[in-house]
Design a protein around this ligand. Sequence first.
Ligand SMILES: [Fe+2]
Length: 165
Amino acid sequence: MKFIEWSKHFSVGNDRMDSQHRELFDIIADLRTAMASEDILVEYEAEWEVVERMIAYAIRHLSEEEQLLEESGYPDLAMHREMHREFLAKIFEIEKAIENGDDAPSVEKLCDFLEHWLAHHILEVDQQYRPYLDKNPLCAKVTPIGASRTAKRHRLVQHPLRQVV
Ligand SMILES: [Fe+2]
């Protein structure tokens, strides 16, 4: 079940960023689907799997977006980075609540938070970097996420973005 679907209104004018934003919306939809399971154990396992997938993808997406902005000479990168860190801090906080067993309300809270944050961030904040990516011939050189999506959890725990929040 999708509450918010990606549409061209969310486009930042860069195919790679657009497809990653789209994937984030799809993962949120998967999370809402996982919440609908009738078996509580199956539901928890499914939710946890999707939460971890979301965190992994979000970390990599934000890193790649920041790398792109850095290479594009985007002047407000520091502020943009700070917003990403605040976002991750909030996700990790909810992840902890789920880990502590407060799963049902927390997973729903996570879905609501992710959808609202993502929609607002893409429409209001990411749109501001659009002209800089348009001018950047290096965009195509950034390594795509896809190949590393199945990385182990311990590698994520040690990711530098986890250390700063
Ligand atoms: Fe962003």
